[in-house]
Design a binder for this molecule. Structure first.
Ligand code: SF4
Length: 110
């Protein structure tokens, strides 16, 4: 699995994505049952509210080899402060539309 990870810009200064990388390394939670090696090909943010740049950034990561786009839990679950992105569903839908069905989209990490 070649992962392109997208995270919330607003969360950068309170979280260095430690748990996102940990669950990928340990194949836990969103990565439970993944049998192949997990390689992170890139990490980027949504670009800031309202998150439009996440769409082109996801597409760029696909161009650079990602077969799976992962939205970090800061976006969809609001980790670590319980404040989810108000644009998460729209962002997810726009990314899905842009990258197509051949690319897997995982909407959380932990
Ligand atoms: S759009 Fe959502 S994910 Fe992006 S910075 Fe704003 S709150 Fe965070």
């Amino acid at each position: 699995m070649k992962v392109g990870l997208i995270r919330c810009l607003q969360t950068e200064d309170m979280c260095p994505a430690t748990t996102c990388f940990k669950v990928m390394n340990l194949k836990k939670l969103a990565f439970e049952g993944v049998e192949e090696d997990i390689e992170v090909i890139g990490v980027n943010t949504c670009g800031g509210c309202p998150g439009k740049k996440a769409v082109t950034r996801a597409a760029e990561m696909v161009k650079r080899g990602a077969d799976t786009i992962v939205l970090a839990s800061c976006i969809t679950k609001g980790n670590p402060i319980g404040f989810a992105c108000p644009h998460a569903e729209q962002m997810k839908a726009a990314i899905e539309k842009k990258i197509g069905e051949s690319i897997n989209l995982i909407d959380y990490t932990h």
